[in-house]
Design a protein around this ligand. Structure first.
Ligand code: TXA
Ligand code: MG
Length: 344
């Protein structure tokens, strides 16, 4: 199968959107950009199409997918009842990087939710994809468009590297501005509970809801017989190289710790990649990938692209300085912890 890359510059946008919509109507798979990461889309109401998404990703079938919509009303069509807080959250954060878990109705096929009686819904904020979703009279089920276990793709080329020959098309909308996956918030629990931290932070949610929001710790989740968010129990976002993350400390101490870790890996004959803010360049590494000024937003935006770039440079080990696990930093450190090992 040939995988088409559909350009979205002004001269090609309409034809590319029409082609992508026609493929999805026909039960085919199309990867598309969002403000977070690229998704691998299928008609959410077409069981055979959704099943193929699991196959091409190599995704465990007990890991449900997010259903993408272009309007709050379209999300409501999938729910049994509209839960408390839904309207406030949708008004404030949609379109945007917040996924809401709600009780589903019979419109949603079992294969999308892995048999759960809940469904994850999200209204993504990307101009190309909002237009695509508006052209369709069904919602689009989509996980991130990577092979299962690999870092999520934040540009069309990364999707192509993972999935070429297995999917019909990639809609190329350039680099994703946010770079890590949406916040997943469970509205079916007694207290709204964050299952996956993201760019919409706990503080943001509490500000809007004026109520306590819980965070399901990765550990609590792993211990449960039925993890709340099935996806969080798997190893994730991982580069091929080993990833070592040094927990946050002051800049001088970090500089010394990075230099020591790099020297030690090189003494073992390993090729070392450093994924770090610009000011840590030249700590003895062979390959450097910049996390710009090192804000949590910079980390999020450049993290997955950096892991992929350093893999492409054939390093044996990637060393990365951590940041404080607060606000957006909580989401960044969550992904780094799942992709590698955090050293205190
Ligand atoms: O930003 C994003 O969310 C991207 C873009 C493409 O929208 N999508 C994404 O999908 O990251 P995926 O499949 O890689 O992650 C979806 C997460 C998984 O951890 C999954 O277990 C969880 O959402 N999830 C989906 N449905 C759920 C449900 N009904 N209950 C609990 N967790 C659910
Ligand atoms: Mg994923």
């Amino acid at each position: 199968m040939k995988t088409f890359i559909l350009p979205t510059d002004p001269a090609h946008l309409d034809a590319s959107l029409a082609a992508a919509a026609a493929l999805l109507r026909d039960g085919k798979l199309v990867a598309f950009p969002t403000e977070t990461v690229y998704g691998l889309g299928a008609n959410a109401l077409d069981e055979a199409a959704v099943r193929r998404v699991y196959e091409v990703k190599g995704r465990p079938e007990d890991n449900p997918m997010i259903v993408h919509v272009h309007a709050c009303a379209q999300a409501r069509e999938l729910m049994q009842e509209v839960p408390a807080y839904f309207d406030e959250l949708a008004n404030e954060f949609w379109p945007g990087p917040l996924t809401l878990i709600v009780r589903r109705n019979a419109a949603v096929p079992d294969v999308v939710t892995a048999g759960l009686d809940t469904v994850a819904v999200r209204f993504p904020d990307h101009p190309v994809t909002r237009e695509l979703l508006r052209l369709l009279d069904f919602p689009v089920a989509a996980p991130s468009a990577n092979l299962s276990g690999r870092p999520s793709p934040t540009d069309a080329r990364s999707v192509y590297m993972d999935l070429q020959g297995m999917i019909e098309a990639v809609l190329d909308g350039g680099s994703c501005p946010m770079g890590i996956e949406s916040t997943v918030l469970d509205l079916t629990a007694k207290i709204p509970t964050i299952l996956r931290p993201g760019i919409v932070t706990r503080e943001d949610l509490e500000d809007v809801l004026q109520t306590h929001v819980a965070a399901a710790g990765a550990d609590a989740n792993a211990d449960a017989a039925h993890p709340l968010s099935p996806g969080m129990k798997y190893r994730h976002y991982a580069p091929r190289a080993e990833l070592l993350v040094l927990a946050d400390r002051d800049a001088d101490a970090m500089h010394r710790a990075l230099s020591a870790a790099i020297a030690s890996a090189r003494a073992d004959g390993r090729r070392v990649g450093l994924l770090a803010p610009e000011h840590f360049r030249n700590c003895g590494e062979q390959v450097f990938h910049s996390l710009r000024d090192g804000s949590a937003v910079d980390y999020a935006r450049h993290l997955y692209a950096g892991l992929r770039a350093l893999d492409a440079a054939s390093v044996d080990i990637i060393i990365c300085p951590g940041i404080p696990p607060t606000g957006i930093g909580a989401a960044v450190m969550n992904r780094l912890g799942k992709a590698g090992r955090i050293i205190p």
